[in-house]
Write a protein that binds this ligand. Structure first.
Ligand SMILES: C[S@@+](CC[C@H](N)C(=O)[O-])C[C@H]1O[C@@H](n2cnc3c(N)ncnc32)[C@H](O)[C@@H]1O
Length: 337
């Protein structure tokens, strides 16, 4: 048997253990605690409030999978991988805390989604993920943080890819904490913004926009894009929105955007685009893991360009351009047809 293949296969069946260990050390902020230099398990246990011996065993195991390094004197040191879980903009800290909770439980029922095409999340929790976030502020905060961390990592690239000159007002539809709009407003001092989202999505948005120094140019609007979208703005951006939904619901959201927009307005979807063929690569892993996440958690999907085009045309838009960015995301621009 090919030993490299076997090791990779072993990691796949052990992934659930690694996921929970990464979650725990991230929650305890160990990646931040070792960032300035190696520390002993006893020292880290005192700093994080857990027992030394179990923590030492978890850290040792995380050394074996490459997250930390063990150095002289049994001390644990940072690596480029542990740095990915630090409390820094664009890091994986948000998803490291969110995915091993509800998503982890929902993926345990993956077979339900494979047999029905419906989200296993709803089968397990008897409500949609959005209903859960509306009811549980702690979950919503975790979710919003995960979105913030992810979007902070790409917003400079997204802002740099699109020319907002000549546009005065932009609505971030499903803009959540306001991470993207803050990036767009910082890059375009002439622009005014609106973040449109549900109550749970906007829970920390005001404070975030203030912290980013753009609160004087941005307003919040609460509502559901399944009902309406604020009317009369120059541009409508939707980042990671259409992929959350089935074709049927995505069509409703796009139709509501179309109704809100005058003839000269622009719609910009910010999404990853599914290539014609899957491959074993870092980009493909991110894309298809998120695609499965959409299936299991929300009933959404990642789409090919032709699938986006069909959705847009069905909602009264004409796809005008696809603009690549220095990130895995592409901007899909459309205007009213
Ligand atoms: C995947 S997150 C993307 C957040 C943000 N656009 C980003 O990329 O960082 C989806 C967003 O859609 C919002 N959302 C879900 N259902 C909604 C609805 N019916 N109306 C408005 N916003 C909704 C969520 O609250 C969340 O902020």
């Amino acid at each position: 048997m090919d030993q490299i293949a076997r090791d990779r296969a072993f990691m796949l069946v052990s992934g659930f253990r690694a996921t929970q260990m990464v979650r725990a050390v991230t929650e305890l902020r160990i990646p931040d605690l070792v960032a300035d230099g190696p520390r002993s398990a006893a020292d880290l246990a005192t700093a994080s409030g857990v027992m030394t011996e179990p923590l030492r065993r978890a850290l040792r195991c995380l050394v074996a999978v490459g997250v930390f390094a063990e150095v002289d004197g049994g001390r644990f040191a940072a690596t480029p991988i542990s740095d990915c879980f630090r409390d820094l903009p664009g890091s994986l800290r948000g998803v490291a805390l969110m995915l091993p909770a509800e998503s982890y439980r929902a993926f345990g029922d993956l077979m339900y989604s494979l047999k029905t095409g419906e989200p296993a999340f709803e089968h397990i929790f008897s409500m949609s993920r959005w209903e859960q976030l509306a009811e549980e502020p702690e979950q919503a905060a975790l979710f919003n943080s995960a979105m913030q961390f992810g979007t902070e990592g790409v917003r400079v690239a997204v802002a740099a890819a699109y020319d907002f000159k000549g546009l005065l007002s932009v609505v971030d539809v499903g803009g959540g904490r306001g991470t993207l709009i803050a990036g767009l407003l910082k890059a375009n001092p002439h622009l005014r913004g609106t973040v449109f989202d549900l109550e749970a999505g906007l829970a920390e948005t005001e404070a975030y926009l203030k912290q980013e120094g753009v609160d004087d140019r941005c307003v919040l609007k609460r509502g559901s894009f399944l009902d309406h979208v604020p009317a009369g703005h120059d541009a409508y951006v939707l980042k990671n929105i259409i992929h959350d939904w089935s074709d049927e619901k995505a069509a409703v959201i796009l139709a509501n955007c179309r109704k809100a927009m005058g003839a000269e307005r622009r719609l910009i979807l910010i999404e990853r685009i599914v290539p014609t063929r899957a491959e074993d690569s870092a980009n493909a892993r991110q894309l298809f893991m998120v695609d499965m996440q959409m299936l299991v958690m929300l009933g959404g999907r990642e789409r090919t360009l032709e699938e986006f085009r069909a959705l847009l045309e069905g909602a009264g838009f004409q796809l005008t351009r696809v603009i690549p960015t220095e990130s895995p995301f592409q901007l899909i621009e459309a205007i009213p047809a």
